[in-house]
Design a protein. Structure first.
Length: 264
């Protein structure tokens, strides 16, 4: 049910028209984005969310966009007393702190798709691995050697906790992806890259760690009219595009895209 439907009897039409189309639920936390003109109604909106869903125990108001190398935003707690939760997807469980680590519940389909692509026996690298939503399902369901890299110490700590929770063994490295060429002394059959906004240059660096015939799953943010040019750019760089799709909107006219790439 949309926010507008939840509040149609509680807000005037002019206020209803300002509501976002939806909201995200991670674990038992609902995250809402509101324009400042609705801040006077924010607690009413939060209460409507909780009353509608028994699953939701906490409501957070997102105050700004993701920022910084750790891709975290500022939140205001409207209902509840925490930013931590336990989120379940694809047969795995993840301890999260929404205020300290990046996590997108909207990527659950992609995370499961990548698991199906991985073959037993591969060496896999997951860059910007966070608390492990790509890495842990791969290791849990496939017999692989897998390493994660992230520069967020809080995310690395939660990753180790999640690895124990899901009864898998995997290595995580706290470090800067710009230095990945020096951090790893081996090459990989597959590299998964949920790349931060505007950081496409990491694709060139990761290529140095790819085995011949290996695959890169590269996530990037583009406006729809930029995609034809980006296709040509990838081909000019010597990449073969095996598959691509948009993974949903992140801003007006901006979508997250995934490209499955092999070297030509």
């Amino acid at each position: 049910m949309s926010l507008r439907e939840l509040l149609k009897d509680k807000l005037q039409e002019e206020k209803l028209s300002l509501l976002p189309k939806g909201f995200e639920v991670i674990g038992d936390i609902a995250i809402i984005n509101l324009p400042p003109s609705l801040y006077d109604e924010k607690h009413l909106i939060a209460q409507a969310l909780v009353s509608h869903s028994k699953k939701v125990k906490v409501v957070l108001l997102k105050k700004n966009k993701l920022a910084g190398e750790k891709r975290i935003a500022e939140f205001e707690i409207l209902l509840g007393d925490r930013t931590t939760t336990l989120h379940r997807e694809n047969g795995c469980a993840f301890n999260l702190d929404i205020a300290k680590t990046y996590f997108s519940g909207k990527m659950y389909f992609e995370r499961d798709r990548i698991v199906q692509k991985v073959n037993d026996g591969e060496d896999v690298l997951v860059l910007f691995c966070g608390v492990g939503p790509f890495l842990i399902p791969i290791r849990k369901k496939k017999d692989v050697r897998i390493i994660g890299l992230d520069n967020n110490a809080a995310a690395c700590s939660l990753f180790r906790k999640n690895a124990r929770l899901n009864k898998i063994d995997a290595e995580i490295v706290l470090g800067d992806a710009n230095s990945m060429g020096a951090l790893f002394k081996k090459d990989f059959d597959r590299i998964v890259m949920p790349t931060p906004y505007g950081q496409d240059h990491f694709l060139k660096i990761a290529r140095l760690l790819l085995k011949p015939g290996g695959t890169v799953h590269f996530y990037t943010f583009k406006k729809d009219f930029e995609i034809p040019h980006f296709h040509r750019l990838l081909e000019d760089m010597g990449w073969q595009i095996e598959y691509y799709r948009d993974c949903g909107d992140v801003a007006p006219r901006v979508k997250r895209y995934v490209f499955d790439l092999k070297e030509e």
